[in-house]
Design a protein around this ligand. Structure first.
Ligand SMILES: *Cc1c(COP(=O)(O)O)cnc(C)c1O
Length: 388
């Protein structure tokens, strides 16, 4: 008789067992989790838009106009004026000819990579890329190569071989578990070189947060639109709603509409969500104060954590991990912080490499300076009792 129990037991023994917390009420720094009030430092709602009253009102308005379900896939009759208008606004925002909505970022990455590459082509991905890019690469059946984190020189050497077929290099713009920014100028230079490879950036954690009007890591690093032929972004993080998009040339978008299976064979996201995202996009672009506040909080946190001697990572983004090394320590610190009323998730393998367990602390424009001070106070207590 086949059984799943031994594998579950192994996970438990190795401290890799995962469980879900049940929250109640709107997303924000103060959450009710499993019936208890906690101050959260683990959300990706970097700009504090997920429960913004204007975005909530837009969702309600959208439901009034469009109802709830989209009814079908985009290529049947699920493509509404709300979706179409949002695509045009995302194209304008990213300064690209077109943008295409996907239901999730995971699906966008699967769809793009497998539409652009097939057998005989080559996929290169940063070792720390998000799981959805890895899975896209595997699904495409292209030759699959991971390169050392941020190592453009390594790629430069590899690409000199003159591999036949298409080549795509895919990287996170901001690495989701480390918070550092990819060396996009160096990667773009490699792609422009002999091979004419495509560079794809997944900017799930850069959009809204970095660059002018929150245009993301590409804008932050001063690159030209043409340097990044494939830009992917998500709507469920800094933009506070749900869904994802890919932006690029007319040919790219038309190719995806024809061939990206995770676009063609799935129901369009609810039009009211697209309608609400038009409002959150306008707020994300216009509310410079949200990015300014975030910068102040990041600086405040880094100063405090450095004074405590905590092992911070080289990150200027709202993702501020504290490296604990072992799973045990990450879990112990996460539990101790919870006893102080704080919610900070322990990130363990396989999300991060072996011995790379960490507390993934994230900051949001919705946090106050006092809340960051409270977090630092709790970390000080822990560091005093059992230093990292
Ligand atoms: C969250 C995330 C995704 C997936 O996006 P969803 O919309 O949540 O499916 C993809 N890439 C990166 C880097 C992410 O952080």
């Amino acid at each position: 008789m086949q059984t799943l129990q031994p594998e579950l037991e192994r996970r438990r023994r190795n401290r890799l067992y995962r469980r879900r917390r049940v929250s109640d009420g709107p997303q924000g720094p103060e959450l009710r989790v499993d019936g208890r009030k906690l101050l959260s430092f683990c959300s990706n709602d970097y700009l504090g838009l997920a429960a913004d009253p204007l975005v909530v009102a837009a969702l309600t308005e959208g439901a009034g106009i469009y109802g709830v379900g989209s009814g079908a896939a985009h290529l049947v009759n699920g493509h509404s004026q709300a979706h179409h208008g949002l695509e045009e606004e995302l194209a304008d925002f990213t300064r690209r000819p077109r943008a295409l909505l996907f239901s999730t970022g995971y699906m966008a990455n699967l769809g793009v990579v497998s539409a652009l590459l097939g057998r005989g082509d080559t996929f290169y991905g940063d070792r720390l890329n998000h799981a959805s890019l890895i899975d896209g690469g595997l699904l495409s059946r292209a030759r699959f190569q991971r390169y050392p984190h941020g190592d453009a020189a390594f790629l430069e050497k590899r690409l000199e071989d003159g591999t036949p077929g298409r080549t795509l290099i895919a990287t996170d713009g901001v690495f989701s578990m480390d918070g550092d920014i990819a060396p996009l100028p160096a990667l773009a230079a490699v792609c422009r070189g002999k091979q004419d490879a495509w560079l794809m950036v997944d900017d799930a954690h850069g959009l809204g947060v970095l660059g002018s009007e929150g245009r993301g890591s590409v804008d932050h690093l001063g690159l030209e639109v043409g340097d990044i032929p494939v830009l992917m972004g998500t709507l469920g993080k800094a933009l506070g709603t749900f869904g994802a998009f890919v932006a690029g040339s007319e040919e790219l978008i038309e190719t995806l509409i024809q061939e990206a299976r995770s676009y063609v064979f799935t129901t369009a996201l609810p039009p009211a969500v697209a309608h609400a995202t038009r409002t959150s996009l306008a707020l994300a672009r216009g509310d410079e104060w949200r990015r300014e506040k975030l910068k102040t909080l990041i600086a405040r946190f880094r100063r405090g954590a450095t004074e405590l001697g905590l092992p911070l990572m080289a990150s200027e983004t709202p993702i501020q991990p504290i490296l604990t090394g072992t799973e045990e320590k990450a879990l112990a610190w996460s539990e101790a912080l919870e006893a102080e009323g704080l919610m900070v998730t322990a990130i363990r393998p396989p999300t991060v490499p072996a011995n790379g367990s960490r507390l993934r602390i994230t900051l949001s424009a919705a946090h106050t300076e006092e809340q960051v001070s409270y977090l630092l106070g709790a970390l000080e207590k822990l560091q005093g009792a059992n230093p990292l």
